[in-house]
Design a protein around this ligand. Structure first.
Ligand code: PMV
Length: 352
């Protein structure tokens, strides 16, 4: 009836790229200049929990509440794009099946909560938009696959398209101007490489220097290194890291991951004016990982950094004492610079 409230609740995980997305060829549709690849982290440690509901009785505007705070949804073009895409899919279902309730005409109420500090720069927008899209798609009972929904989540935040799937996820640039082929796809499920672990090192509360959209545009427009990375370095690395994942070749996976993080941050440094995301503490983590690998005599750990100072360190379970043990003992013992919060995660497949 008209009085009904319809509701769906879901969670979405954080993903951390090993081949970084950096650069937009279309800023409205969030179409990337290069493909990227990420590992989806376990929802036991980092996830967004989102409830979407709708009712003919709700006040006329859609609303979004994040961590207890109402958000300015009408000025967020990215959120509006996601919601209008989802509504259009629901409307098409209703047109095809007139007995369905006309949920597409109801105002939406979205309530979202992270189980990790949102301000700490831990890819919260990826989990956030993935959860928003999944929750509304469930509410609307949309038949679209995660791959098809990734096209919508991408418009919220580029990296969000990779959080609709578990395990190892590639986001292909695509070629079409409308973005219909710029989608995420699972390269391998988490179960393919059950030994993989990620340790998230939270560097003391430092706000992101330059927001990712702004930083990307500065790099695209001013860095002379940028085109080389996007056009020739990344395509080779995508092939090589997919092979390393297929073969569960950790040293190969690790070297490509570290090199791509470094090349991404090099294009930031090469931007004009230069952009710095890593700080002294980040660099201490880089040195420590190289020291551990050198001391052990094989590559047992890989660091990667997003648009902020926090480190994610990938390693295999069999090396957890060597890697997580050493990192916690050395960096964790020194409380200066580190928040002291270590999130140790298993990578795992999401089951939406
Ligand atoms: O999804 P955005 O627009 O926040 O960009 C994310 C960019 C990086 O995190 C630095 C790289 C990536 O691929 O996730």
């Amino acid at each position: 009836s008209n009085q009904s409230v319809y509701r769906a609740t879901t969670t979405a995980p954080v993903n951390i790229a090993v081949i970084k997305y950096w650069g937009k060829r279309d800023t409205t549709l969030n179409l990337p200049t290069n493909s990227s690849l990420s590992v989806t982290l376990s929802q036991k440690s980092l996830r967004t929990l989102t409830t979407a509901s709708c009712s003919a009785n709700y006040p006329t505007e859609d609303t979004l509440n994040l961590n207890g705070k109402p958000q300015e949804i009408q000025s967020s073009k990215r959120t509006l794009a996601c919601l209008s895409n989802l509504r259009a899919l629901r409307k098409a279902l209703e047109d095809a099946n007139p007995s369905l309730p006309k949920l597409s005409t109801h105002p939406l109420r979205i309530v979202s909560e992270n189980n990790f500090p949102t301000a700490a720069g831990l890819a919260s927008s990826a989990a956030g938009f993935a959860a928003l899209v999944r929750a509304v798609a469930n509410l609307y009972e949309l038949p679209q696959s995660p791959r098809e929904l990734s096209r919508i989540a991408r418009q919220g935040s580029g990296s969000a398209c990779r959080s609709l799937m578990g395990g190892y996820v590639a986001w292909r640039t695509g070629e079409l101007a409308d973005g219909s082929d710029s989608l995420a796809e699972e390269v391998a499920p988490a179960s393919h490489w059950p030994e993989m672990r990620a340790l998230v090192l939270v560097v003391s509360a430092e706000k992101k220097d330059v927001p990712s959209t702004e930083g990307m545009q500065t790099t695209v427009n001013t860095s002379e290194l940028f085109a080389t990375r996007a056009e020739s370095i990344v395509p080779q690395r995508m092939d090589a890291i997919e092979a390393a994942i297929r073969d569960r070749d950790f040293p190969k996976f690790a070297e490509i991951t570290m090199r791509d993080s470094n090349t991404f941050h090099a294009t930031c440094l090469d931007s004009w004016p230069p952009i710095f995301y890593m700080n002294d503490v980040s660099r201490a983590a880089v040195r420590l990982v190289h020291d551990i690998n050198r001391a052990v005599g094989r590559t047992v750990a890989a660091y990667t950094f997003d648009a902020g100072p926090n480190a994610v360190i990938y390693y295999e379970e069999k090396d957890s004492e060597l890697v997580a043990g050493t990192v916690k003992a050395i960096l964790g013992a020194n409380t200066t610079g580190w928040e002291g919060a270590f999130y140790e995660k298993l990578t795992s497949v999401t089951a939406p």
